[in-house]
Design a protein around this ligand. Sequence first.
Ligand SMILES: Nc1nc2c(c(=O)[nH]1)N(C=O)[C@@H](CNc1ccc(C(=O)N[C@@H](CCC(=O)O)C(=O)O)cc1)CN2
Ligand SMILES: Nc1ncnc2c1ncn2[C@@H]1O[C@H](COP(=O)(O)OP(=O)(O)OP(=O)(O)O)[C@@H](O)[C@H]1O
Length: 188
Amino acid sequence: MSIEIDLKAIARKKARRLRARAHSDGVVAAHSASRLLMGFLKPYEGRVIAGYMPIGSEIDPIPAMTRMSLTGPVAVPVVVEENQPLRFDRWRPNSKFSEGAYGIPVPAVSEPLVPDVIIVPVLAFDRLGHRLGYGGGYYDRTLAQLRAERDVFAVGLAYAEQELGGLPIEPTDASLDAIVTQSEVLFF
Ligand SMILES: Nc1nc2c(c(=O)[nH]1)N(C=O)[C@@H](CNc1ccc(C(=O)N[C@@H](CCC(=O)O)C(=O)O)cc1)CN2
Ligand SMILES: Nc1ncnc2c1ncn2[C@@H]1O[C@H](COP(=O)(O)OP(=O)(O)OP(=O)(O)O)[C@@H](O)[C@H]1O
């Protein structure tokens, strides 16, 4: 194990604690973040937007996904295989789901889409646009693959309390283009 990986495990533990606390007394904050996300996404109406099905204490992006689905296609991530990029399948507010990897719901009927904007779940972030996820490397691989071929905009969604200074970074970490929290939109 490299030093970065050990440091990441420590940062993940801390970040889970910070996010769980922010989430448990964060109904108002989550609502504000959701409003800011909707404003942020407005210029992307009609483009393919990838959200996610929230788990644990992640901020719920479904209100913003629902709004965006009125004007264009929306998708959610599907784990195809470990150590491989994610696929994105079309999501609708009335989609039926089956249980995907890690117990996360995925659309029962797969209609793959290539996203223009990806709303990325975050355990921790810093002021430079680095992010820490659960450690599967799924978003890193997905962003690396998509960015090699086309323009894709990655926007993290997080509570402000999830900002951590000095996040451990590996060369394969894919940076975010922006972060939306309840208090601000940061562009990188
Ligand atoms: N909502 C959501 N969907 C997603 C991701 C994500 O981070 N969030 N992923 C991003 O890659 C992919 C799934 N990858 C995952 C990899 C590891 C764990 C994981 O370790 N989960 C914890 C429990 C998390 C919690 O409840 O707080 C665990 O199993 O211990 C989850 C998802 C695709 N879909
Ligand atoms: N583009 C890539 N190519 C090859 N390996 C990669 C790539 N991106 C990440 N990895 C590997 O995946 C491992 C896990 O990555 P990392 O700890 O950054 O996951 P994460 O960003 O927290 O998780 P996720 O992206 O699933 O939310 C890294 O140690 C790295 O070895």
